[in-house]
Write a protein that binds this ligand. Sequence first.
Ligand code: F6R
Length: 269
Amino acid sequence: MEIVVVPEYAALSREGAARLAAVIRQAAPDAEGRVGPSDGRERAAGGHCVLGLATGGTPIGVYRELVRLHRQEGLDLSHVTTFNLDEYCGLPPDHPQSYHTYMRRHLFNHVDLDPHRARLPDGMAEDPAAECACYEAAIAQSGGMDILLLGVGTNGHIGFNEPGTRFDSRTHCVELAEKTRLANARFFPPGEAVPRRAITMGIATILAARQILLLATGAQKAEAIVRAALGPITPDCPASVLQRHPRVTLLLDQEAASQLPKRAASLPG
Ligand code: F6R
């Protein structure tokens, strides 16, 4: 597990976006239609790139920086497919607090992504179990995620996989923990309830990504980070399972890294 600590949020956002942009550029076909070197694992043909994306407060700066790279430095996303980690059940895609709306607001409306290739679970699906299976199949058919951007909850959740989630879980419906609903209430107008259920990629879905980039900022995440990086690998802290993945980076600000022993955290020069 690589641990990168940066001084503050702006640096974290630049570094996170630079890492996503590197994967996007590597997959872009050149003028002759050739694709750059892959990491050697099987991937879908055609020079496309598959990103897994998170919502929440933390990645907003990364999306802002990706939009800047697109506008000012010509970052091409036309060959990119995206799959979001999760969506609330019961919120239609145009609901102001849905993750569909979040993604349009922060990224999709501002770059050249093909809207048909920007996927989120359908929180309004009549048959949520069928929707979960369909989402899982769509990720597999795309060739799998080249890189997955994650945040982490103060209770160690990743996606909406709350403590206790099985490590072999695939995309599924969940009851949100009260702690998570409370944390997310800040995104909802006063008096409007945070939904109780969501669809989320499972832990096994997350681990199948070829590369994982987890972002965390602020002292409130410090305990979850130390448990994720150094604690026992246990469903009590879902993020601890990332220790089993061969290619994970924790990208942290100093406060989120504040409970890590000095030797565990590398400050970039
Ligand atoms: C969001 C998601 C969640 C968040 C986590 C941290 O798609 O899956 O796991 O990443 O709750 O949220 P913030 O960034 O708001 O602290």
